[in-house]
Design a protein around this ligand. Structure first.
Ligand SMILES: Cc1cc2nc3c(=O)[nH]c(=O)nc-3n(C[C@H](O)[C@H](O)[C@H](O)COP(=O)(O)O)c2cc1C
Ligand code: SF4
Length: 681
């Protein structure tokens, strides 16, 4: 049956038929090995292809030249060795009729000089990019010649690999560095007039077209309005789009609005949780109307309704749902099968992107299979063994995930939850209204458990005998933890935990000191609530910068609130003790750096965040009665085989614990535990 869903209509791009309107825009997940897209990279894209999307734009800023060293695992498209790897990736996606393109670029000033071959960083003019902090040299004629040639040979490699096309990255990189008055101060034939500022782009386009011919799709992901005072204006940006569309040298425009030169600016291009949905969709639609040219765009179009609206109203030809597919690669398939409500939502946590800037690989906060396709399935298969009775204690993110996976395996699952609601620390985090969308992590799992027929017993504080009464084969202890104080020489009973502030059980006082040596969202969430309550707040951290466990993009909204509310941030300082003085408290501060340095603050309230201590009584009481004594065989967890060693012949069941019931960690760790152990039951 043919569908009349606008999202599912095919799109003809030159000679290519894209089977629907949904794509993943280019993003570097940092899964590359040695600059090559090997198995992990391939499986990641192949999963999206299986999930039904029409086009995956691979890589993120694959680099065309050696003097554009990888900033976050970028592919080396300057290296001939990439051709067979790209060919394998393309074949794996083509098998599912998903078209494959790649984004290529010269990063210009958006990288570092002290990487790879230690070659100098360059740009149209020597203007430093604050985010990557390299001082670039002014690009010279011989650089331009070789980089233009590099673009052409990189494009040829992509064509030789059987890809369906390429796009140039032209926002925040070398190419648009020439376009923008903020970064181009030249007075030669590459500066000044728009014609001159487009000269480098024209040279690249000519060289690439000569190299790949007319039949190969060549597009450009371009900024059409830098949206800051000194930057490229909307008028000039749209004019560039018009000229490119009329040039006959490009086949599509992929529209960006904003600048990426600081983390704060980047969050306007790639909004994080709590920021507007689809903020630049109308703008992209304006560019499409002005150019009447194939237009693609992505920026927080996370839900199917908005994506459908983007196509139905003619704002876009192809809609990018990039993080949405990191969270759920099966979006299109679910839409086609009438299972839209089963889509795992992208909650905008931006754990994925923050990780690559911290030198890690992209991982989704609540889909632990993404990027781990070789070992963790997105679609859970039924167990071939006998149906087991599984009891999960605790309905936080990890417990719900374990219950979901065990139920998908076909087991009979019961969840026991001490409180009247599921969600644990995720629900606590959503008490910060800006992060309320995170509740999607819990709500999606509750809906899945409902679909799978799993019973959740609320208001049930499970003791050993309550669990035993259920005659389980497997017990999963997901009881989480309770907040603990940092080590203090005195005043343990005088401090308030960040949890109490988040839960609302203790109101912020007028003058507050918040000490966070955990370094994640927990302390910052409480700080944001306190700041927004109108209190005077000093945030104290022993680290070199506050909240080092969270990445740069998540840092932005907190810092925005701290600046707006006049929060004082004190780093490199420890809380040593707290004592009472009349109606107030004296917080004594110390330094790791200068022995004997002390300072004091007189405040109404001292709030502390030092992670959690595991709530493990139940686990410890069940361990001696279990077959495995709580043990997991880590070798087999990684390499295959039964992960529960037989340590007690008398034991009646298998028990293990996950998430913060083991040790204080984060949402992803709890969910990863839930699935990686759950699939082994
Ligand atoms: C991990 C990650 C890496 C990214 N790297 C790139 C990149 O190299 N080049 C690029 O043009 N966009 C990159 N992006 C931006 C995405 O293409 C997209 O524009 C952005 O995620 C907003 O769309 P979304 O809200 O649908 O995710 C990246 C995004 C993520 C999440
Ligand atoms: S980490 Fe957050 S933003 Fe990234 S894909 Fe997952 S849910 Fe979306």
């Amino acid at each position: 049956m043919t569908s009349n869903d606008p999202l599912l209509q095919p799109y003809q791009l030159k000679h290519l038929t894209l089977k629907n309107r949904v794509m993943s825009t280019s993003h570097e997940p940092a899964y590359s090995e040695d600059g090559m897209p090997k198995e992990r990279y391939r499986l990641y894209h192949a999963e999206k292809a299986k999930g039904g999307m029409a086009l995956t734009m691979t890589a993120g800023s694959a680099i065309v030249s050696r003097d554009s060293p990888a900033a976050f695992g970028n592919l080396h498209v300057y290296d001939d060795r990439i051709v067979p790897w790209l060919a394998e990736l393309a074949d794996a996606c083509h098998e599912h009729d998903c078209k494959v393109m790649i984004q290529i670029t010269h990063l210009g000033r958006r990288t570092g000089w002290n990487k790879a071959d230690w070659l100098p960083v360059l740009s149209a003019s020597p203007v430093r990019e604050p985010a990557h902090r390299a001082f670039p040299k002014t690009i010279e004629a011989w650089d331009i010649e070789r980089i233009v040639a590099d673009y052409a040979s990189a494009a040829q490699r992509c064509q030789a690999a059987g890809l369906d096309g390429i796009e140039f990255e032209s926002y925040g990189h070398l190419m648009d560095g020439f376009w923008s008055p903020a970064t181009n101060h030249r007075d030669d034939e590459f500066g000044g007039s728009l014609d001159n500022r487009l000269r480098f782009t024209d040279m690249v386009l000519d060289a690439v077209r000569t190299a790949v011919g007319e039949k190969f799709v060549v597009g450009i992901r371009m900024v059409a309005d830098e949206d800051f005072e000194k930057g490229l204006s909307k008028e000039e940006g749209v004019e560039i789009a018009r000229r490119l569309a009329n040039s006959g040298k490009v086949d599509f425009l992929n529209i960006i609005r904003g600048s990426i030169e600081t983390d704060a600016a980047l969050t306007k291009v790639i909004p994080v949780t709590g920021m507007r949905s689809s903020p630049h969709l109308d703008f992209a639609g304006e560019v499409r109307a002005a150019t009447k040219f194939p237009t693609f765009h992505a920026a927080r179009i996370s839900d199917v309704a908005t994506a459908r609206h983007a196509i139905a109203t003619g704002k876009l030809d192809m809609v990018g749902m990039t993080r949405a597919h990191i969270a759920d690669p099966y979006i299109v398939k679910k839409v086609m099968e009438g299972r839209e409500h089963e889509i795992r939502p992208c909650v905008g946590a931006t754990y994925c992107l923050d990780r690559i800037y911290e030198g890690g690989e992209a991982l989704c906060v609540h889909n632990a299979a993404t990027g781990r396709e070789a070992t963790i399935p997105h679609v859970i298969a039924k167990s071939e063994g006998p149906t087991k009775k599984v009891v999960v204690v605790g309905a936080g993110a990890g417990g719900l995930e374990a219950a979901r996976v065990a139920a998908e395996r076909g087991h009979e699952v019961t969840v026991l939850e001490a409180s009247s609601q599921a969600g644990g620390q995720v629900r606590l985090a959503t008490q910060n209204p800006r992060r309320k969308e995170l509740i999607g992590i819990i709500d999606w799992r509750l809906a899945e458990l409902d679909r799978l027929g799993v019973e959740i017993r609320y208001d049930t504080w499970a003791e050993k005998n309550d669990v035993l009464a259920l005659a389980p084969d497997v017990v999963i202890v997901a009881t989480g933890g309770l907040p603990q104080n940092p080590p203090l020489t005195a005043g343990d009973n005088l401090v308030t935990s960040s949890w109490d502030i988040m839960a609302g059980s203790v109101k912020p006082a007028e003058n507050v000191l918040l000490y966070d040596d955990n370094g994640g969202h927990q302390g910052m969430g409480a700080a944001e609530l306190i700041a927004n309550s109108g209190a005077k707040l000093e945030l104290v951290s022993p680290e070199r910068f506050f909240a080092p466990e969270m990445g740069g993009l998540n840092h932005v909204p907190y810092m925005r609130a701290f600046h707006e509310k006049g929060v004082t941030v004190t780093i490199n300082t420890r809380l040593r003790s707290v004592r009472r003085d009349g109606n107030q408290l004296i917080a004594e501060l110390a330094s790791d750096f200068a022995d004997g340095w002390r300072a004091e603050r007189r405040v109404d309230q001292v709030v502390v965040e030092h992670g959690t201590a595991p709530l493990d009584d139940l686990y410890l009481s069940l361990k001696p009665l279990s077959k495995n004594g709580g043990a997991i065989d880590y070798e087999r967890l990684v390499n295959g085989g039964d992960i529960f060693p037989q340590r007690n012949q008398e034991g009646g069941f298998v028990v293990f614990r996950i998430g913060d019931a083991v040790a204080s960690r984060n949402i992803h760790a709890a969910i990863y535990d839930g699935i990686r152990f759950g699939i082994r039951i």
